[in-house]
Design a protein around this ligand. Structure first.
Ligand SMILES: Cc1cc2nc3c(=O)[nH]c(=O)nc-3n(C[C@H](O)[C@H](O)[C@H](O)COP(=O)(O)OP(=O)(O)OC[C@H]3O[C@@H](n4cnc5c(N)ncnc54)[C@H](O)[C@@H]3O)c2cc1C
Length: 236
């Protein structure tokens, strides 16, 4: 479907962690559809002109009529602060969908999703789409963040892991000092070897900042995976 502009209405906004929000946007035009992993461009008109920024769609494509964004609110950030200050009923324009990141739904192979921080946004959409497709293929999600309070969508992911035997969830906090934290510790690239042998036949998708995608790619190649099976996207 060709990308075009759509008017959206802010439906709700939820704080997920310090400086991270989930924004639900209702689409006035019900004809909007997207593939999980794609992004939209948010338009924000301000005094100096129109600011445009890309945001991955964080919700399932099966949720008709709305999309969700997972946004890190940056100090002095033009569009992330605009989204943070938006109120229910506010209207603005998005453009899209754009991007080729993602896998076929239902997936043709097992899928391994590896994300850090707000890099979880496209992975949440892909994860829901895969599980909702009813496939029996395995889907793994490695999610890295700094402190346990940065574990975005924790309750939702843990519930999905309980409901789906084919979903393996691995969460790791790199800087926690909380002795009661009972999940993984350290950076995501450091623990992949404990879960993967390198000969699995699967699509591997990465989303994080440049350093993360470089370090994780290196770790995957060292374990024995082939570069052609790895897709990357990210920002920051
Ligand atoms: C394909 C794609 C998907 C993306 N998906 C997401 C997503 O799902 N979630 C997400 O949070 N982000 C995502 N991003 C990043 C997003 O597009 C924005 O870049 C991000 O939100 C920052 O935009 P902003 O307008 O808030 O900040 P900007 O106004 O662009 O500012 C960026 C930084 O520069 C600093 N800055 C701004 N103005 C000045 C100035 N005059 N002098 C000095 N410093 C200044 C700000 O403090 C801030 O730290 C994605 C990017 C891409 C390319």
């Amino acid at each position: 479907m060709a990308a075009k502009k759509y008017e959206v209405i802010v439906d709700s906004k939820e704080k997920l962690a310090e400086s991270v929000i989930n924004v639900r946007l209702k689409l006035k035009d019900k004809g909007f559809s997207f593939r999980p992993g794609q992004f939209v461009v948010v338009y924000h008109d301000e005094k100096g002109g129109t600011q445009k920024r890309e945001y991955s769609i964080a919700s399932s494509p099966n949720n008709k009529g709305y999309i969700e964004l997972c946004v890190k609110v940056l100090e002095e950030g033009h569009v992330s602060r605009f989204l943070d200050s938006a109120k229910k009923g506010d209207e603005f324009v998005i453009e899209g969908p754009y991007g080729d990141f993602g896998v076929a739904i239902p997936p043709k192979r097992d899928v391994c999703l590896i994300a850090t921080g707000t890099g979880i946004a496209p992975m949440r959409s892909i994860l829901h789409a895969i599980l909702e497709s009813g496939t029996e293929r395995k889907v793994m999600l490695f999610f890295g963040f700094r402190f346990e309070t940065d574990y975005l969508y924790q309750a939702e992911f843990e519930e999905l892991a309980e409901q789906h035997d084919n979903f393996v969830l691995v969460a790791t906090a790199s800087r926690t000092e909380d002795p009661s934290w009972d999940k993984e510790r350290g950076r995501v690239n450091e623990l992949l070897r404990n879960y993967l042998k390198g000969d699995e036949d699967m699509d591997i998708l990465l989303c994080g900042n440049k350093r993360m995608t470089e370090d994780v790619t290196k770790a995957l190649l060292d374990i024995g995976f082939d570069a052609k099976d790895i897709q990357k996207t990210g920002w920051g």
